[in-house]
Design a protein around this ligand. Structure first.
Ligand code: PEP
Length: 248
């Protein structure tokens, strides 16, 4: 039985004051969480997470990582810097980075490798656009996005990452994939992992992301191959995030 992971993606939201209220709200109710919980926050708030979450069961992480080790890469954040703040996770290949920053699947794969080599767990996001879904290309699109990663990591490292299936048309739109739609794609993704490592396919956590909310989380999380959620908007309200955690 795979343990579920509920990970918040704060995106470019927050302030020191608002984060303190949010994290206090989550912490105060979380002692009995029966799943893994994490928040992926803007880099300036990693120090705050380290200070407020150390010693709790909540892990934290970044939202992107550079492929480079260090040097003249203005604006980038190195894996070693995420290590400095005791991050457990880092999101790579979120659709907002793929579309607004032109990140290719090859770059995303290189970032995943960099994260794994640095002891961080990459949350590798894959997902199709509405146009691609309507053209019947969902499996081939997410398959290619995942294969780019699988082709450059060692089989033994497949279990050191998390996959997030995030249909682009469901992110921040209030539209959610039905549990069966999501399950179908998750099963395809797990089969792809199995072709590289059968044992990793058994244990790898494949999260669903895309307008997961307290009122739809339970049925999504009940599906066989849905091992948790990557949560955007609903991760910014303690009550909603906690309700999703309780559903897991
Ligand atoms: C996300 O951006 O990863 C996400 C899933 O956002 P939302 O939950 O707001 O759709």
């Amino acid at each position: 039985m795979r343990r579920k992971l509920i990970a918040g993606n704060w995106k470019m939201n927050g302030s020191l004051a608002a984060n303190a209220v949010l994290l206090d709200g989550i912490k105060s109710e979380l002692s009995q969480a029966s799943c893994d919980v994490a928040v992926c926050v803007p880099s300036p708030y990693l120090a705050q997470c380290k200070s407020l979450l150390s010693g709790t069961s909540i892990k934290w992480g970044g939202q992107d990582v550079s492929v480079h080790e260090s040097g003249a890469y203005t604006g980038e954040v190195a894996a070693a810097m995420l290590n400095d703040f005791d991050c457990a996770y880092v999101i790579v290949g979120h659709s907002e980075r793929r579309s607004y920053h032109g990140e290719s699947s090859e770059l995303v794969a290189a970032k995943a490798v960099r994260a794994i080599k640095s002891g961080l767990i990459p949350i590798v996001c894959v997902g199709e656009s509405l146009e691609e879904r309507e053209a019947g290309k969902t499996e081939s699109v997410v398959g290619m996005q995942l294969d780019a990663v699988l082709s450059v990591i060692d089989a033994g490292d497949c279990s050191k990452m998390v996959i997030a299936y995030e249909p682009v048309w469901a992110i921040g739109t209030g539209k959610t994939a039905t549990p069966q739609m999501a399950q179908d794609v998750h099963a395809v993704l797990r089969a792809r992992v199995a072709s590289k490592s059968a044992s990793a396919a058994e244990t790898i956590q494949i999260l669903y992301g895309g307008s997961m909310k307290p009122d739809n989380a339970k049925e999504l999380l009940a599906m066989q191959d849905i091992d948790g959620g990557l949560i955007g908007g609903a991760a910014l309200k303690a009550a909603d995030f906690l309700a999703i955690i309780r559903s897991a």
